[in-house]
Write a protein that binds this ligand. Structure first.
Ligand SMILES: C[S@@+](CC[C@H](N)C(=O)[O-])C[C@H]1O[C@@H](n2cnc3c(N)ncnc32)[C@H](O)[C@@H]1O
Length: 170
């Protein structure tokens, strides 16, 4: 969570996205960071996960929880509001080119890509770099000890030089 929040540096009043939101872990933290004047759009397609997220996020009215698939179409639906920052935590297959392009077309200044598959992460990061985003940090976490699996957090920005905000870890 610190790797995501430090990388995104969300500010009060901003619009944040939590894509592939699961039970809403990142949406809850983003909601606290953007505060009551901000907005968090959380998208998750699995009905039981959406139900869990609805329970976890019930006391955070700034969160708009959507039980939809993350797709180019659902992301285009956010064009009117855009996005200041975004976190995506897709399954192993990753987001894919079309979703990455639709997400970045919303113009987020920072994106945190949480991945449990380095190969799909690398493929999707290449799409972001081709769209003018910079890979600022890439951290790996041994969340699955005694296995070959590793969890990664990549931070992308569209700021020249990869400048980031000032959010400091707790
Ligand atoms: C790695 S988990 C994310 C967990 C989440 N960050 C949390 O805190 O619970 C990936 C999630 O993506 C969801 N998912 C898979 N494909 C999706 C899609 N096309 N659109 C939306 N959600 C999807 C799965 O149901 C799963 O909850």
């Amino acid at each position: 969570m610190d790797a995501v929040l430090v990388g995104l540096a969300p500010r009060a009043g901003e619009t944040a996205l939590d894509l592939y939101a699961g039970a809403g872990l990142f949406a809850a933290a983003l909601a606290e960071a953007v505060g009551p004047s901000g907005t968090v759009v959380a998208m998750e397609s699995d009905p039981p996960a959406v139900a869990s997220a609805a329970r976890s996020l019930a006391d955070l009215p700034q969160v708009s929880l959507r039980g939809v698939r993350v797709s180019p179409g659902s992301l285009r639906g956010l064009a009117a509001t855009g996005a200041d920052v975004a976190v995506l935590d897709p399954p192993r297959a990753g987001a894919g080119r079309a979703v990455m392009q639709a997400l970045l077309a919303l113009g987020p200044r920072a994106v945190a890509y949480v991945s449990c598959d380095p190969a799909s992460l690398a493929r999707d990061l290449a799409v972001a770099v081709a769209q003018g985003y910079s890979l600022v940090t890439l951290r790996a976490f041994d969340l699955f000890p005694m296995t070959a699996h590793v969890e990664c957090v990549a931070i992308l920005t569209n700021t020249p030089g990869g400048e980031r905000g000032t959010h400091a870890p707790a």
